[in-house]
Design a protein around this ligand. Structure first.
Ligand SMILES: NC(=O)c1ccc[n+]([C@@H]2O[C@H](COP(=O)([O-])OP(=O)(O)OC[C@H]3O[C@@H](n4cnc5c(N)ncnc54)[C@H](OP(=O)(O)O)[C@@H]3O)[C@@H](O)[C@H]2O)c1
Length: 273
């Protein structure tokens, strides 16, 4: 039986990926920092899938909880096939308004959380003789959106780390991949933008905040991302990058192929209305 461990499964991509992998026959270790929130996941799971899902407590910023989950997994199954580092949030705000402590918190979850969890569970993937590590990045992992500085920086760090780790682990048949979603309708927008008010600001900032709020409301169906993650799990040697969602691939190509000045002109023109 294949074992998959996912972080941040109380909502959004994490929850939907837990359902997707359970449907595919995986034993899913659905971790969340507050297992009281498990009902949303378990109520959506069909009976046969629910039997394959175990909800465990794990906050990715808490070393002792990660270690506890690792020991429990080692005792119960002795190996891990797939690790999905999904837990994350987005700090919305303009540079001068965000305290350094907020930057640190953002990195503690989105970047160091992934580093901590990967360090803890890698030995169990090695025991399996190979496997997959899927890191949920974002289009913000390769493009610096204004008003999302800490989030963008944390996802860029995640991308560099993942590239490096992929090359280190490929000879051991362990494949590190990045999923890079555009805007999807999950709770992340409401959580990250709730204190980011467009009132009493210069026009440029107002427009930007309204665009971000709209992106959350008109975001695509997140099951698309869960299905993609399911497909990556099926691949023997998955690739490094999977941009997904409206505009993700074209943004990736623009950034890679066009001179920065042209990209910048197009973005500033759009933001200028
Ligand atoms: N939705 C999008 O448009 C989008 C686009 C690109 C990338 N992403 C990425 O996708 C991933 C999932 O986000 P989502 O959109 O599905 O948002 P979401 O619905 O808000 O889910 C985020 C999950 O992460 C959990 N989490 C946050 N901090 C945690 C911590 N310290 N330890 C453990 N779990 C923690 C949350 O738990 P709580 O319920 O306890 O807060 C929640 O389960 C994130 O990495 C995000 O950056 C999302």
């Amino acid at each position: 039986m294949k074992i998959a461990l996912i972080t941040g499964t109380s909502s959004g991509f994490g929850l939907l990926t837990a359902l997707e992998l359970a449907k595919k026959g995986y034993r899913v270790i659905a971790t969340m920092r507050d297992p009281e929130k498990r009902h949303r996941l378990l109520e959506l799971a069909e009976k046969s899938a629910a039997d394959r899902i175990e909800v465990w407590r794990m906050d990715v910023t808490k070393e002792e909880e990660i270690d506890g989950a690792r020991k429990k997994l080692e005792d119960a199954y002795g190996k891990l096939d797939v690790l999905i580092n999904n837990a994350g949030y987005a700090t919305g705000g303009f540079f001068s308004e965000i305290e350094v402590s907020e930057w640190e918190k953002q990195f503690q979850t989105n970047f160091f959380g992934t580093v901590r969890v990967t360090r803890a569970f890698l030995p169990l993937i090695r025991k399996n003789g190979g496997g997959k590590i899927i890191n949920i990045s974002s289009v913000s992992g390769f493009f610096g959106f204004p008003g999302l500085g800490p989030y963008t920086a944390s996802k860029h760090a995640l991308e560099g780390f993942s590239e490096s780790l992929r090359l280190e682990l490929a000879p051991e048949n362990i494949w590190v991949s990045l999923v890079e979603p555009a805007a999807y309708a999950t709770d992340i927008w409401e959580k990250g933008l709730k204190n980011f008010s467009p009132e009493n600001r210069p026009k440029f900032q107002q427009r930007l905040i309204k665009m971000a709020m709209k992106a959350g409301k008109t975001g695509s169906d997140p099951t698309e991302v869960a299905r993609l993650i399911g497909k990556i799990c099926d691949e023997e040697k998955p690739g490094l990058r999977y941009p997904v969602g409206k505009g993700a691939r074209s943004l990736y190509r623009w950034k890679a192929l066009l001179p920065w000045r042209l990209v910048e002109r197009a973005v500033l023109k759009k933001l200028d209305g």
